[in-house]
Ligand binder design. Structure first.
Ligand code: FAD
Length: 296
């Protein structure tokens, strides 16, 4: 199928783009890399009268240290993130998640902001944003605001963004020394969306206790989730005394709305999810410990 006819707009600035979105209302949407929106238009899962293209806006691109974290423009492509030595050094979890997204052709066009704003439950970036406590910057004709990742993802393809609001950038906090990061997922074929996955960040204190941790889950609900109860239980525990398998299991407890479809039942997804959490936890803790050993 082909998309229904639409009018194409290519504004030069964020101000112009949000003005257009406000003026055109519900019949308009932003398009970034088009890697999620174009298939939805082609399948007529979405029918829009107007598309507002974000690709001319240089202000939506960039990677820099800012406000105690790393700011990445919403329009920065996934391929740019994958190639960036700065992202690898400053936000390792984001760097490690990126090659897991689709294929390189998709990452060449797909953007950070597009993935976060699209909020697919099985996408990697929303889970990374949750695990790291990222802050999402949005702009509308009413001005700019910052939304905590934990308040952003609301349900299937649903976020806290208003219809006339654009995501302009994401601020990833840089975690301190003795931190470790890992992402694990299971997909039937390389490049497919994951059946279930987990993104883990952990920081140890000088006594090898868990100072803080973030566990982002994907493929395990209507949106990316954070295993907050498990994180709270872990905080303050001795890292060497907790079992990764137990962490995986408790992270699956109380999960509601786990998808059940032809790719896997809800029970199967939880089984896979527990294993992914356990693997990611083990690797993250190992990295947090290894850092201290190499710095000693
Ligand atoms: P678009 O498709 O242009 O837009 C997506 C949505 O976000 C639209 O609703 C649009 O209005 C909105 N939007 C875009 N930018 C902004 C902004 N700055 N502010 C507000 N709203 C905005 N993704 C994964 O995470 N993991 C995968 O494994 C994966 N596999 C894929 C496999 C295939 C075959 C394909 C086609 C896609 C796959 N994707 C996967 C999706 C891909 O990562 C997309 O790049 C991403 O989901 C959307 O980014 P985009 O820039 O293309 O956004």
């Amino acid at each position: 199928m082909k998309p229904a006819a639409f009018e194409y707009h290519a504004p030069a600035s964020v101000g112009e783009a949000v003005g257009l979105l406000a003026e055109l209302g519900e019949d308009a949407k932003a398009i970034a890399g088009g890697q999620s929106l174009v298939p939805m238009l082609a399948l007529r899962l979405a029918v829009l009268d107007h598309l507002v293209d974000l690709r001319r806006m240089e202000e939506l691109r960039g990677i820099e240290q800012r406000d105690g974290g790393v700011w990445i423009g919403a329009g920065t492509t996934q391929a740019t993130i994958q190639r960036s030595a700065e992202v690898a050094a400053w936000v390792p979890l984001l760097a490690r998640a990126t090659p897991l997204i689709g294929h390189f052709q998709i990452r060449n066009r797909g953007t950070l902001g597009g993935s976060i704003a699209h909020a697919d439950a099985a996408a990697e970036y929303p889970a990374v944003a949750l695990a790291l406590d990222a802050r999402l910057e949005a702009t509308s004709p009413r001005g700019a605001r910052t939304i905590a990742a934990r308040d952003f993802f609301q349900g299937m393809w649903s976020t806290a963004l208003q219809a006339d609001e654009l995501l302009t950038g994401v601020l990833f906090p840089q975690w301190g020394p003795r931190s470790g990061f890992a992402i694990e997922e299971f997909a039937r074929r390389g490049g497919d969306f994951a059946i279930a996955g987990a993104a883990v960040a952990v920081q140890l204190d000088t006594d090898d206790r868990i100072a803080r941790c973030g566990i982002g889950l994907f493929g395990l609900g209507q949106a990316a989730l954070r295993a907050t109860t498990t994180e709270t239980q872990l905080t303050g525990s001795a890292a060497g005394e907790v079992s990764a398998e137990d962490i995986g299991r408790t992270a699956m407890e109380g999960l509601e709305s786990v998808p059940s479809d032809l790719h896997g039942s809800a029970d199967y997804r939880k089984h896979v999810g527990a294993a992914m959490v356990a693997r990611a936890w083990e690797r993250a803790v190992q990295e947090a410990g290894v850092q201290e050993a190499s710095n000693a």
